[in-house]
Design a protein around this ligand. Sequence first.
Ligand code: MG
Length: 451
Amino acid sequence: MGSLIMGISGVRGIVGESLTPELLVRLGMAFGTWVEGGRVVVGMDTRASGEMVKHSVFAGLLSCGCEVTDVGICPTPTLSIAVRTLGASGGIMISASHNPIEWNALKFFGPDGVYLDADEGRQLLDIYYQGDFLKAHWDGLKSVSDYDGAPEEHVRLVLAAVDADAIRARRFRVALDCCNGAGVEITQELLARLGCEIVTINCTPDGMFPHNPEPTFVNLRDICRLTRKAEAHVGFAQDPDADRLAVVAEDGSYIGEEMTLALAADHVLDERKGPVVINLSTSKTVEDVAAAHGCGTVRVPVGEVNVSRRMAELGSPIGGEGNGGVIDPRVHLGRDSLIAMALVLEMLAKSGRTVGEIVAGYPRYHIVKDKLQATRARAVRAVRKLAEEYSGALQDTSDGARFVFGDAWVHVRPSNTEPIVRIVAEAPDKERAASLAEELRLAVSRHLETV
Ligand code: MG
């Protein structure tokens, strides 16, 4: 068996090893039982394994008496929106997101089109492990139907959230890298309707990822080069399921994934004030940008659903994650690269400035990431001890422990999906970020030896 990661936020495995049809049918049965045989919307990214995964999941869902709606290849946010607009009981997205091509995964959504939260995810796993699934008789079985209206609904919501005329008037030239993923068609449609001239790279939706799909600097050299060569106003790069976006400045420089949310928040808060919701590992730049608009920032545990839920509670106008995940509740409560692009373009149109000029005005920080091997149980105990050791520091222990040291911070958290402790440190200069990460790494390893 290859790696299989069964977590409360979804199930991920390697095709041809751990992600077998047997497992997938049972997961379909577990989810079909969780939605009590209701209607389930299913979408997938462009991975070649999508068909095998999809049909296995369909069999499980149908056996529970579920009606299945197949929206085909689409971004994760498009699937979320379809769950809501179709009034379904839940949704399943088949995508291993930014993970390499041999992986695939199932992500589960509730009737509101938002990821299952920790309690719901645990209920689903309990059903899976207990194996007491709903079983429909021959006359209670329903069918699978195709629905092709999901992308149009998504594009319509994005266009309604921005001043599309102002964007069209600028006739932007946009360089686009969709990583041959689920965003290819819908993104070009959106940009065309925003009057953009599009120059593409990796826009063949065949799931053959041209580079490691994680939208970080080393993987995005081609889009940076294209942006500069094509003299584009901006470059955009998506991950394979198009929920995350990285932005490239007009001179071809990669400004960092963390800047996507900073730009979106800066722009949205211009007109609509309210608290910004981000996770504990997101850059302080977002906090600073919000503060410049007189708005506060609320930090929540890592996991998109935690951001979504808190945004709904607080009526937050904008939020997301530092990994290029922007959430604008006018479209829906999940990360969405399409609204992120539209907001950046609207910002450029209305300000008359370039991405490079805007970002140059933001405080810059350096993030250093590190990790340590440890089982989750030991990691949790060690991080608890770490929090005691650093009890003098300003800290948040809602997800591991996050310490604030003046204008620097460190977040130490046991991963939910892998046997590791993640350490993220951010400071205005690289050396300080690195030394803080090192200090905390040593402290955690010391505690790991005694727990
Ligand atoms: Mg993704």
